[in-house]
Design a protein. Structure first.
Lengths: 122, 122
DNA sequence: GGTAGAACGTACCAAAATGTAAGTGTGAGT
DNA sequence: ACTCACACTTACATTTTGGTACGTTCTACC
């Protein structure tokens, strides 16, 4: 009972980076401490509300630390914890895979969405 | 405009393995051709409808191939394509990460969900 | 004959995730 | 004075996702 079962661990990872944005967020935090608004700009397309949620969850999971500079107007930044860095490392291959196959995937998605949907021959 | 942007590739991967079940499904297909009902049993907890959806999407993305044995009662199996295998390889690290940190993640989730929510010391 | 199981399809629903728009308080720039 | 940016929060609307339940066609089994 150890073939590759035991629940492959994917479930664990997924529970941490689940959602549409978390992987992207983590990715954009690799440069070091980053401010809220800067993350928002980098990720692009994410709303403040959702970004906040995700950040809070990530912080709760000890993947990030939040540093409030106690200034006004507010200055807060988020940083990957060592734990978070291991996670980022783990998704590097996925990132590379995505880059390597961007064309193919994009193309496939395109034709899947094409109105006359000729996905195959007939 | 190419610092590390260009979209890190994660968006591509995510568009393929997005969703609650796809990674799990792929994982359980590593053994080779697997029948629908067998996948369902292995993954566990997934409904027929959703499994069907996911499989169809995966097939559409050329990650899997569907083989209908043209028998009755129906015999159909799904297999990873070479392309699919590269994807599976890419999520191996995530899988390992999950296994390595299962305890911590589980614990964190547990206390986050605890009714009296003592997230910190006291 | 009735039942079970194979691999689906479909209708309808509930829940989760995401998005939108607005508001908060304060200080710096114009 | 007015506006903007900061880091959020809240209420609300919408979209996406997942789930339940049932139907189908056919065969093997009791």
């Amino acid at each position: 009972m150890d073939r590759l079962t035991t629940q492959c661990g994917l479930d664990v990872s997924l529970s941490v980076i689940g959602g549409k944005w978390k992987p992207l967020i983590l990715y954009h935090l690799q440069d070091g401490p980053t401010r809220f608004s800067e993350i928002r700009r980098r990720v692009g397309g994410i709303s403040e509300k959702v970004l906040m949620q995700q950040l809070r969850e990530l912080v709760a999971m000890d993947v990030l630390v939040r540093h409030d500079h106690q200034q006004v107007p507010p200055v807060v930044d988020y940083t990957l914890t060592p734990f978070g860095k291991t996670l980022v490392q783990a998704l590097v291959p996925l990132c590379e895979w995505g880059n390597r196959h961007r064309a193919q995937v994009t193309e496939t998605l395109r034709r899947a969405a094409s109105p006359d949907g000729r996905t195959r021959s007939a």
